[in-house]
Design a protein around this ligand. Structure first.
Ligand SMILES: Nc1ncnc2c1ncn2[C@@H]1O[C@H](COP(=O)(O)OP(=O)(O)OP(=O)(O)O)[C@@H](O)[C@H]1O
Length: 269
């Protein structure tokens, strides 16, 4: 049966199993930085083992949704569960790759140290790094093609290289749920390919990937589900049901020209 959940479903109780089986379930989330909410009354149920693109125009609340899911911003209202349990006790199961622009790249630290941060659970309170930890961090750098840069200062890398290092840190964490905020923004084609290959490999291993994504032309190739938002949820579901011209119009309004929509490989709805 086609699975299409529209924004009108919030407020209705969802069956318990959809929450308990979901790596990330959001109910009634409202976040406000000032008077106007950035995210309003949003429900979302990210499916285990799926690859979901969060899509919407600038300022639609996409980053805010991720930050609230990590407990980084405090919501006005709403509940977030991770694998059916409160976020607080499950935070370690989530790896996060922030938006590149939001990171202070001038802090003096080496690439390998950034990746070792992903091993914080193994390192314990004293943070003693042994040969095994180092080998694991190097292996993660290898997987994103950055092993040769291990000793380099993070500020001395290009934007795409920095993005790969942050992905390596997320890999080191060996999480089950990966949240990425525009992982392909400002990277070249080779880096984009390297990143999507890593994400698809994680997904094949059963990990859940949720990424804020701006390039509508690659949605169909990269993802199997979409979550459309413009402060409120517009729609969420499988590509075939949800990545439609009508939903894109609803999310972007006049900001997306009909010609742009016509060029996309959309679901036939
Ligand atoms: N720390 C903050 N303080 C005040 N307002 C904020 C803050 N962070 C975000 N906002 C506002 O909240 C709204 C949603 O921002 P958010 O970054 O979540 O949108 P987005 O969909 O990720 O946008 P983009 O595609 O441009 O990255 C915007 O109007 C933004 O200006």
């Amino acid at each position: 049966m086609a699975h299409l959940e529209l924004a009108t479903d919030h407020g209705q109780p969802l069956p318990d199993d959809s929450v308990s089986e979901s790596p990330l379930a959001i109910r009634g989330l409202t976040v406000s930085y000032g008077e106007k909410p950035a995210v309003f009354s949003v429900d979302a149920t990210f499916r285990d083992g799926s690859m979901t693109a969060i899509i919407g125009p600038n300022g639609a609340g996409k980053s805010t949704l991720l930050k609230a899911s990590l407990g980084v911003v405090r919501p006005l209202a709403g509940a977030i569960t991770v694998y059916g349990k409160p976020l607080k006790s499950q935070r370690y199961r989530i790896a996060y790759v922030p938006q590149r622009a939001s990171v202070d790249w001038d802090f003096p630290t080496r690439v390998i140290d950034v990746v070792l941060m992903g091993l914080y659970r193994q390192l314990g309170l004293l943070g003693r790094v042994n040969a095994q930890h180092r080998a694991r961090a190097l292996d993660c750098l290898e997987r994103v093609g950055m092993a040769a840069f291990a000793e380099r200062q993070i500020g001395q890398l290009s934007g795409g290289q920095q993005q790969r290092v942050f992905l390596a840190r997320a890999l080191a964490q060996d999480a089950e749920l990966y949240l990425l905020d525009e992982p392909f923004a400002g990277v070249d084609a080779a880096t984009e390919k390297a990143i999507i290959d890593v994400l698809k490999t994680l997904n094949r291993q059963g990990r859940t990937v949720v990424a804020v994504h701006h390039d509508l032309a690659t949605v169909t190739d990269y993802f199997d589900r979409v979550f459309l938002i413009n402060v409120r949820k517009v729609a969420e579901g499988a590509l075939a049901d949800t990545f439609t011209a009508a939903n894109l119009q609803a999310a972007y309004g006049g900001r997306l020209a009909t010609a742009q929509i016509d060029d996309l490989e959309l679901a036939a709805h």
